[in-house]
Design a protein around this ligand. Structure first.
Ligand SMILES: O=C(O)[C@H](O)[C@@H](O)[C@H](O)[C@H](O)COP(=O)(O)O
Length: 260
């Protein structure tokens, strides 16, 4: 596991803009190197804030939107178009405003789709979709995503992997149905930690003082079952993108207070 890198911004607006600029560069580099890029999106205010910032980023037209694959790290298992679905919010923030190839946009199934209310069957279908998109050089059952974004919850959850929940202990499957989640809605679909760790780069986003404790715990050697964010790392890079409030309780050896 590579050591996480921390980038602390003055406030969440600047964090979103800087992360958007960083994402433009990563996508453009991946497209130059491999012909296309793949990004895994997250729900939550910070993930959507990044997408909204990307929509107005000056360099956004450097991206070839038709050669970008989009996946989701988790989804609230609700009917298509529900305003609480991560994909609905992502469409509103960015996806409806850029010329993506619809065949390369891979939302997780909805609760009124082909699998009805069976979240486990829907999760298995998404795992299959990921497996089909995998190339031999990915050497695994999910693509080697270029960037996988994760919002960090105040309880250290990432995607829909909650502390001590069965989904965070999953070591075989790449996508699981989540039942009885502590945060509504209770039924969700989530990538598992092994799928997260297939990404080249994992970027964790956290802003605000209500995240300070979670960030400190996850970066101070906690176990991934107790603190799922601690188990989220990338093959090449793990980046924690924070604002000063979320970084406030970090141990001094990780982040000297007042450095931002
Ligand atoms: O599915 C959910 O309920 C949210 O998507 C959740 O997982 C979110 O990503 C984190 O709680 C961080 O949220 P914020 O970025 O809003 O702080």
């Amino acid at each position: 596991m590579n050591a996480p890198q921390l980038v602390v911004h003055r406030d969440k607006e600047l964090m979103a803009q800087a992360a958007a600029a960083r994402l433009v560069t990563r996508i453009v580099d991946a497209q130059a190197a491999r012909g296309s890029a793949s990004v895994v999106l997250t729900g939550g205010r910070n993930g959507n804030g990044l997408l909204a910032a990307l929509r107005t980023a000056p360099a956004r037209d450097a991206i070839d939107w038709s050669r970008l694959d989009l996946w989701w790290g988790d989804e609230r298992f609700l009917p298509e178009g529900d305003p609480e679905r991560n994909v609905t919010q992502a469409r509103e923030a960015l996806l409806d405003h850029v010329p993506l190839d619809p065949a390369r946009v891979h939302p997780m199934p909805s609760a009124d789709g082909a699998y009805g209310t069976d979240a486990d069957a829907a999760a298995a279908a998404y795992a299959e979709e990921l497996a089909e998109a995998t190339r031999p050089e990915d050497r695994g059952s999910v693509p080697r995503f270029d960037v996988l974004l994760l919002g960090v919850g105040p309880d250290t959850h990432v995607a829909s992997l909650f502390p001590e929940h069965p989904a965070v202990r999953e070591t075989e499957r790449t996508v699981v149905g989540v039942h009885g989640a502590p945060k509504p809605p209770p039924t969700r679909i989530s990538l598992t930690l092994p799928a997260v760790r297939a990404a080249r780069e994992v970027w964790l986003l956290a802003a605000g003082e209500d995240k300070a404790q979670a960030v400190a715990v996850a970066l101070s050697g906690a176990g991934e079952v107790q603190a799922p964010a601690a188990g989220a790392y990338g093959q090449a890079r793990t980046l924690w993108l924070l604002d000063t409030a979320a970084a406030a309780r970090l141990p001094r050896d990780l982040y000297p207070v007042g450095a931002a």
